[in-house]
Design a protein around this ligand. Structure first.
Ligand SMILES: Cc1cc2nc3c(=O)[nH]c(=O)nc-3n(C[C@H](O)[C@H](O)[C@H](O)COP(=O)(O)OP(=O)(O)OC[C@H]3O[C@@H](n4cnc5c(N)ncnc54)[C@H](O)[C@@H]3O)c2cc1C
Length: 413
């Protein structure tokens, strides 16, 4: 049986960084990866451009992870965004900043990120066992025995489990790590889809498939709970809605939905205008163009594809003239502009979510080391750990930061 100081399971950003750090500290490291190559999810990330981190402050990162955020503070503190940028830039991969402080490689290619990781792993002489799927871990008195592909076994003094979540299975993250950790005695906080499109009851969304709405705000309401977004972009799909605003709120919406099935989402199509301003604008518009039909009149207010649906919801005759619009009609138009309603029925399944929420319970991991409090010598890194952030580079940084900390502590301890 081959013996290693440290076995890292999974060659995503968390596993690669953990292996690199441990190897830099002189350890004999092996990565066990079920795919042929490394970083398959990195290649998909940021629409193939990899939004690798965010240049915001540490507190902003902590906030993005919500109630789980504080747990990641030590990991971010040990290896943060500027360290990550430095890691790549010192290896000739320059980074650039885009809107909302999102950091991307200047090459606009996730492949260049994977190439650097591959190169650094190789320079540090990390052994990578490709096409090797870990099926179980056994803790022996002073080492671990790892079963691979049900045929091979290796032994390691320490193990870092970085198998990711349970989303986008084709990338290799099928949730194996959760089962393996559970068998070792760990609690798995209920998994849920995060950064996921939502399904609506209204079938007419199909008519609007592909239509993006910029500069809108969404507000989700269920029972007493209200979740409002900032101003941004959404998109209609054949089953419901997606786009940045929807994806970012989706984790909270999915959690809220479990408790109360009936949920409404309202789109404010004119968030920059107050009711009174809208009223004045409509009044002027309608007075100027008295003989124009409302379906034409709405072209100054709404994207053309949205107009038929909008008029149907108003229950108005599309050929009605502006001069025939009453004050009551105007009030109804304004209500619909400020709160265009949709009924949320749920989300796409976890497999189609960009990030998995839930995972190894934070109560069972030491935040300063990423070591299991249940099995000493076992460490966790990346998305396998409970918690998820909205889009913007935060999830990738969490993977690199926890990977770095786990690699370092597994080497020192
Ligand atoms: C489409 C998409 C786009 C995204 N874009 C961004 C973005 O731009 N910015 C951002 O911050 N985040 C983004 N994310 C999220 C981000 O990619 C993940 O949070 C991050 O990759 C998690 O890293 P990880 O190393 O924990 O897990 P993963 O990247 O999922 O890696 C886990 C690895 O473990 C391997 N593995 C699993 N089980 C086993 C086993 N039993 N044996 C051996 N190997 C195993 C898998 O094959 C995989 O290689 C995106 C996600 C998706 C799906």
């Amino acid at each position: 049986m081959k013996e290693f100081d440290i076995a890292v399971i999974g060659a995503g950003p968390a596993g690669c960084m953990a292996a690199i750090r441990a190897a830099e500290l002189g350890k004999n490291v092996v990565i066990i990866e079920r795919n042929e190559g490394i970083g398959k999810k990195i290649l998909l990330s940021g629409k193939g451009r990899c939004n690798i981190t965010n240049s915001g402050p540490l507190d902003a990162f902590v906030e993005k992870f919500g109630k789980e955020g504080d747990f990641f503070r030590s990991a971010f503190f040990s290896f943060f965004n500027q360290d990550l940028i430095g890691f790549f830039e010192s290896r000739d991969l320059t980074m650039k900043r885009e809107r909302q402080n999102r950091i991307f490689p200047a090459t606009d290619s996730a492949l260049s990120v994977v190439k650097v990781l591959k190169d650094v792993l190789s320079k540090n002489k990390v052994t990578i066992l490709h096409k090797s799927r870990l099926s179980s871990i056994k803790k022996k008195s002073n080492h671990f025995e790892l079963q691979i592909n049900d045929t091979d076994k290796i032994s390691a003094k320490k193990v870092i489990l970085a198998t990711g979540g349970k989303s986008y299975k084709e990338t290799g993250s099928t949730g194996d790590g959760f089962n393996i950790a559970h068998k070792l005695g760990h609690t798995i906080v209920r998994l849920k889809p995060c950064l996921v499109p939502l399904k609506t009851k209204e079938a007419w969304v199909k008519e609007l498939q592909g239509l993006g709405l910029k500069n809108v705000r969404i507000t989700f309401r269920t029972g007493k709970k209200k979740i409002a977004s900032p101003i941004g972009e959404i998109m209609f799909t054949h089953f419901g809605i997606s786009g940045p605003l929807v994806l970012d709120l989706s984790g909270d919406i999915v959690s809220a939905l479990k408790k109360d099935e009936k949920a409404n989402l309202f789109i404010d199509l004119k968030p920059a205008l107050q009711t009174e301003e809208l009223e004045n604008r409509l009044l002027n518009e309608f007075m100027d163009k008295g003989s124009t039909q409302i379906n034409n009149l709405f072209k100054v207010l709404l994207p053309i594809r949205l107009i038929p649906v909008f008029i149907r919801l108003l229950k108005m005759d599309p050929e009605r003239k502006a001069s025939q619009i009453t004050q009551k009609d105007r009030a109804a138009i304004i209500r619909l502009l400020k709160a265009f309603p949709l009924t949320i029925m749920g989300s796409l399944p976890i497999e189609e979510a960009m990030v998995t929420g839930g995972g190894i319970s934070l109560k069972e991991i030491n935040p300063r080391t990423m070591e299991s409090k249940i099995i000493l010598g076992l460490y966790f890194a990346g998305e396998i750990i409970d918690g998820a952030a909205s889009s913007g580079g935060f999830n990738m940084q969490r993977a690199f930061s926890t990977g770095y900390l786990a690699g370092e502590k597994a080497s020192n301890a």
